[in-house]
Design a protein around this ligand. Structure first.
Ligand SMILES: [Mg+2]
Length: 232
């Protein structure tokens, strides 16, 4: 374990990248392909952050696993087709790129990702936004159980040597906050994503920020010693 090391774990969809149009369009396509009525936008967005199989099981509770897997494959294919139209279909939230690049350059800060996306999806996000070298650890739905299981955060701490007390999960959903609590780390909620402020507070968010420019101040409150490190 490394003293004085801060590990900032970021969710992707709804936190770094505004992927709701891709997700809602692709989900509607997958449902229609299988003869189901497309779910409404709030129902779809409430499941963002879960692994796709878990999210689909919530939307189609009476369907067999093989049907769920078939809808999941249609969803992945539809997402892939939409995303190949270019990065503009999934814009980054304001100040996301600057904040991540700046913090990743601090000697005592490591940035990681914990997402329901696949490794392929994260690789695309990195390539399209010149995030190469920014992320010290990348935890995805390919390598761990769905949030809120704590495995992604535990694996990230093991890989980087960060302690629980120096680790924070930053995300837009209750799943992120519940995962943080399950892993024994603090959670900072973001209000610009897919779950509302009161839900995030109820799930254990230490703080909630309304824009990326508030992140440093929030980190200096929840992580003793973080603000001092800014001057190094
Ligand atoms: Mg999210």
């Amino acid at each position: 374990m490394t003293q004085g090391l801060f590990l900032l774990m970021f969710d992707c969809d709804g936190t770094i990248v505004d992927s709701q149009n891709v997700i809602v369009t692709a989900m509607a396509q997958a449902f229609v392909d299988h003869g189901f009525a497309a779910p409404d936008r709030p129902s779809i967005l409430s499941g963002v952050g879960l692994s796709i199989a878990v999210a689909l099981k919530n939307l189609l509770p009476n369907e067999a696993d093989r049907t769920i897997e078939s809808v999941a494959q249609s969803y992945r294919n539809a997402c892939f087709a939409l995303r190949t139209q270019g990065p503009s279909v999934e814009p980054l939230y304001a100040d996301a790129a600057d904040t991540i690049r700046r913090l990743s350059q601090r000697s005592n800060v490591l940035i990681g990702v914990a997402t329901g996306k696949s490794q392929r999806g994260v690789a695309r996000l990195i390539g399209e936004n010149a995030f190469e070298g920014c992320f010290a650890t990348i935890q995805t739905a390919d390598d761990a159980p769905s949030k809120p299981h704590p495995a992604m955060l535990e694996q990230a701490m093991n890989e980087t040597g960060a302690e629980r007390s120096g680790t924070v999960m930053i995300g837009d959903t209750v799943f992120d906050m519940e995962m943080a609590r399950a892993a024994g780390v603090q959670g900072i909620g973001v209000s610009w994503g897919y779950h509302d402020r009161s839900s995030l507070e109820g799930a254990g968010a230490e703080m909630i920020i309304d824009r990326f420019t508030q992140l440093d101040e929030a980190l200096s409150i929840v992580l003793p010693g973080f603000a001092e490190g800014v001057l190094q």
